[in-house]
Design a protein around this ligand. Structure first.
Ligand SMILES: *Cc1c(COP(=O)(O)O)cnc(C)c1O
Length: 461
């Protein structure tokens, strides 16, 4: 069933019998052929797709998945930052099956159901103080879209004309146009600038000058933000940030004083604070919510990715009474939030999310994740002695290892090397990202760290 690297005890690095990347079986070759003919993948340059040899995933269990040639891979980035307890976790499988036997789907427009209600209650019970209402969406981007519309409309319905958003360089909030408008990653976003919302961008608190501390950088960007708000503050409906770490920007961590500072500036200027916790939420930073690191409560908070533990698409915006109340009025007042989706609060997704939250509580997943993060910090530290390693940035389990480029696709080549040793990771440019499944065991984490370290040494030495 499995070939190549076997489960390890933590001392082996599984470098003995590297995988040949080429497809081995007729079935795999056929699937890659058919894929190339009919499928357009996200964030993928299809000119390179087949030459880079895509992995055709066949099945998964725990922190592992298998390709159609029977090779096993450790899922080192939680299937792009979504998985929490492992693939095919019994409790979540069961919850979805139970829900299937009861109610598949009805609209949430004009109807309600127990899974939707229970999930709102359970999610809000974990949330920072002041967040009292949950509005559901599908993907992370759709929660950001809803949040930015809510902020604008709430202001408008309080008689304030505030059509401007403030966001942060290197930020990422998803790929729909509203979310792209508040994004700050040139490579992804600059193409669309002519068709985006009116925004103002401040510098990234995670991009440091030479020798600069994160605390000093936070102060510098806060000064920039304060100056911007002094000019335009009464036109700004919301400031949109990724709390504690700009994830897709390259795991750019910042000092928690940035969050408290932005909160204070929002209060002064009357702009809402939108914290996008799509990546950071649900334990990924070693706290349930990243804003807890700074003790900050946003006016609107988005979550997604880990919400269903990596099973099904579901996101949410959590809102304060202040935002919610701005939408109350007579039917003819036009104060309704005219926004929703066909599958809003889908019961199967909600059932998965409830089971996820229950399991996180039962297994103390957040505390475990915090410890996983500390172990990663300790075990990765020797890499800093390598010439080609510039910086290791980490908060909780969210880890980025920035390497010096050796050609055009250094990060990618490191990941291909890791793949030869049974570990699947995906880079952000020259940043090697590790984002382990939160419930990972020490032995599997050791393998992830050892193979990644080996791959970096092989490519950047
Ligand atoms: C991934 C991500 C999103 C977008 O979520 P999707 O589910 O991919 O639409 C939004 N915000 C942040 C911070 C993210 O990391």
């Amino acid at each position: 069933m499995t070939s190549g690297p076997a489960a390890t005890t933590g001392t082996e690095t599984s470098t003995e019998s590297p995988y040949d990347l080429a497809p081995q079986t007729l079935r795999t070759r056929d699937l890659i052929d058919r894929d190339a003919k009919s499928v357009w993948h996200p964030f993928t340059q299809h000119q390179l797709w087949v030459d880079d040899v895509p992995i055709v995933v066949d099945r998964a269990e725990g922190v592992w998945f298998w390709d159609t040639d029977g090779r096993r891979y450790l899922d080192g980035v939680s299937s792009l930052w979504v998985n929490v307890h492992g693939h095919r976790t019994q409790e979540i499988d069961d919850a979805i099956r139970r829900q299937l036997g009861q109610l598949d789907h009805t609209t949430f427009l004009g109807l309600t159901h127990e899974p939707g209600i229970e999930l709102a209650e359970k999610l809000l019970a974990t949330a920072p103080t002041g967040l009292t209402k949950a509005f559901f969406g599908g993907d992370g981007a759709s929660s950001v879209e809803a949040a930015i519309k809510m902020a604008f409309q709430a202001c408008a319905q309080r008689g304030q004309d505030r059509p401007l958003y403030v966001h942060v360089a290197e930020g990422y909030h998803g790929d729909t146009l509203g979310a792209v408008s508040v994004g700050g990653i040139d490579l992804f976003h600059h193409t669309y600038r002519p068709i985006l919302l009116d925004t103002q961008m401040v510098s990234s608190p995670g991009v440091l000058g030479p020798g600069q501390t994160r605390a000093h950088r936070a102060r510098e960007v806060l000064d920039e933000l304060a100056a911007l708000l002094a000019r335009e503050g009464d036109r700004v409906c919301a400031i949109v940030i990724e709390p504690m770490v700009q994830a897709a920007g390259g795991i750019l961590t910042h000092h928690e004083s940035f969050l408290t500072g932005v909160r204070a500036l929002c209060d002064q200027s009357g702009a809402y604070l939108i914290c996008d916790e799509v990546a950071t939420g649900l334990g990924r930073t070693g706290r349930m919510w990243a804003v807890e690191h700074a003790g900050v409560s946003p006016d609107l908070m988005t979550c997604g990715k880990g919400l269903t533990a990596g099973y099904l698409p579901l996101s949410a915006v959590l809102a304060t009474d202040d935002v919610y109340d701005a939408f109350l009025g007579a039917p003819g007042s036009g104060r309704t939030f005219f926004h929703g989706h066909s599958y809003t609060a889908n019961p199967l997704c909600a059932a998965a999310a409830i089971a996820n939250l229950d399991l996180m509580a039962a297994n103390s997943t957040v505390a475990h994740a915090n410890r996983v993060g500390e172990l990663m910090g300790e075990w990765l530290e020797p890499l800093l002695a390598l010439d080609g390693v510039r910086e290791i940035r980490r908060i909780g389990t969210m880890t980025g290892i920035e390497v010096e480029p050796r050609g055009e696709r250094t990060g990618f080549e490191i990941c291909q090397e890791a793949r030869r040793h049974g570990v699947w990771i995906r880079p952000l440019g020259d940043v090697v990202v590790l984002m382990p499944i939160l419930a990972i065991s020490d032995a599997d984490l050791r393998l992830l760290v050892d193979v990644t370290s080996h791959a970096i040494q092989t490519v950047v030495r």
